[in-house]
Design a protein around this ligand. Structure first.
Ligand SMILES: Cc1cc2nc3c(=O)[nH]c(=O)nc-3n(C[C@H](O)[C@H](O)[C@H](O)COP(=O)(O)OP(=O)(O)OC[C@H]3O[C@@H](n4cnc5c(N)ncnc54)[C@H](O)[C@@H]3O)c2cc1C
Length: 448
């Protein structure tokens, strides 16, 4: 059995793993990344993806050029279930090629000194005294042990390292369930019969989008929990309702993305988890590339401090939890908690909310994309409440929906406060979970 040593070993060389490895290698650490696929093929299962323009600067990534950038759009349209009363979301999105973006991140990581071993599969953790001490991998059917004081799981939704850890290490080890997984199907269309909506188009009621692809083409995308059959069914119904235009189907892509709260702790002794493996996708869109970078950036700073101190214990890595959950994690928790109740809104409820310009409102959606929250004032809240009550009185909004909207608002702000006060000390986590868990259960109940 061969063995190599590193300061950090990362499992997964897609966007999260490469970004984390790049950050660590730049700080001068010895970083090894293992990736089961061949480099240059990562991201091909999706091809085109969307990235917020403001995030390049935020994460210190040079903006895309050439073929990697398919287009840039200053705004998007958010459509009601029926009719054309769309709202404009003023926010710049880049339409990009994921394989080229991922290859660029791979190159940045390697140029900074990280080693990426592709066609190398994670097999098992190496554990000594309840501490992760590295991993065993298979490379060309040979076993290789990579010994490192910190292992980072960036393996995507399956979280291969986390789910293989023994329970006593203190992280949740349950695999993701089908009902917590968005099954996303993308149809690439060309030669589309006019007229059809140009630019970026979101359909929140249907959980679908119709976005630009290459040239004059477009992508019809659907994400549904449980199964691809579910997504396919919704896609066919949606096409019948909104997109009967003749077109050429260029190709179909599909994949999974997580749609659930992150594990309560993202660290254990010698262990950290980032990206889709940590379930840090945006609750309002299911996108996860830039929101994954938020966790990677914090995790790389904390891992560097731990390596400088020579302390890789859960306590030493805990600051990653605190940094993530008190900011992006708290905002995402507040949004995620609202989703089950939002899914019970009927077609006519959502049409009313669009018409009344509340909840489904262009400015609020721009803010959610940019800041992951909507800034509120007493006047604004009272205005919204007034419109909602009018909706019930006039029959546009069901009384039951109003009750749920108010209940979920209270629940979501309670949850956000709890996450903003995430325990600074790992000893207090059990007490904190006891307060948080009933709120997640209540959120699910509001979806019933
Ligand atoms: C169809 C679709 C469209 C999407 N569109 C967008 C979008 O427009 N914008 C956006 O921001 N997000 C989008 N997302 C979500 C986005 O793709 C993910 O959030 C993001 O790619 C997660 O990156 P990651 O590096 O955490 O995980 P992944 O991209 O899943 O990468 C994990 C890596 O780990 C490797 N790996 C897994 N197991 C092992 C193992 N045992 N050994 C070694 N390596 C292993 C995998 O091969 C993979 O390369 C979309 C998702 C889907 C499915």
């Amino acid at each position: 059995m061969s063995e190599i040593r590193a300061d950090v070993v990362v499992v997964g060389a897609a966007t999260a793993g490469s970004y984390f490895a790049w950050r660590m290698a730049e700080k001068g650490f010895n970083v090894v990344v293992v990736e089961e696929k061949k480099l240059g093929t990562l991201g091909e299962h999706i091809d085109i993806f969307h990235f917020d323009e403001i995030r390049f600067k935020q994460f210190g990534i040079p903006p895309p050029k050439g073929e990697e950038l398919v287009g840039k759009y200053k705004d998007g349209k958010m459509w009601p279930p029926d009719g054309d009363n769309y709202k404009v979301v003023n926010y710049t999105f880049c339409v990009m090629r994921l394989p080229l973006f991922t290859s660029r991140l791979n190159r940045y990581a390697m140029d900074a000194g990280a080693k990426i071993l592709d066609k190398t599969r994670y097999v098992a953790p190496i554990i000594k005294k309840e501490t992760l001490n590295g991993i065993r991998v298979k490379r060309n059917s040979e076993s290789l042990d990579i010994i490192a004081p910190i292992t980072v799981d960036a393996s995507g939704l399956r979280s291969v390292v986390r789910v293989s850890l023994p329970d006593k290490m203190g992280v949740e080890t349950d695999p993701i369930k089908p009902e917590d997984t968005l099954h996303v199907i993308l149809e690439y269309w060309d030669e589309i019969e006019e007229p059809f909506p140009k630019g970026l188009n979101f359909y929140p009621f249907h959980k679908t989008f119709f976005n630009p692809s290459y040239g004059e083409g477009a992508i019809l995308g659907v994400g549904q929990p449980v199964s691809f059959d579910n997504s396919r069914k919704v896609m066919e119904e949606f096409k019948k309702e909104r997109f009967q235009q003749k077109h050429k189907l260029v190709k179909t892509c599909q994949g999974w993305t997580p749609f659930r709260r992150p594990p309560y702790s993202l660290v254990a002794n010698g262990f950290m988890v980032v990206g889709d493996a940590a379930f840090t996708t945006k609750p309002f869109s299911g996108e996860g590339v830039s929101s994954g970078f938020t966790g990677c950036k914090i995790a790389s700073e904390i891992a560097a401090q731990a390596l400088e101190k020579g302390d890789f214990s859960k306590e030493s890595l805990w600051e990653y939890n605190v940094g993530y959950f008190t900011d992006q994690g708290a905002k995402f928790a507040a949004l995620m908690a609202q989703l089950p109740a939002a899914a019970t809104l009927t077609r006519s409820d959502v049409n009313y909310l669009f018409d009344a310009d509340v909840v489904f409102n262009g400015e609020d959606f721009s803010q959610i994309n940019r800041d992951f929250e909507v800034k509120s004032s007493l006047g604004k809240t009272l205005g919204i409440l007034g419109k909602l009550l009018t909706g019930v009185i006039e029959g546009g909004l069901r009384r039951e929906s109003l009750r749920k909207l108010i209940a979920v608002q209270r629940l979501s702000s309670k949850l956000r406060k709890l996450y903003e006060n995430y325990p600074k000390n790992p000893q207090k986590i059990d007490k904190w979970i006891k307060k948080v868990e009933p709120l997640w259960r209540e959120s699910k109940k509001l979806g019933g």
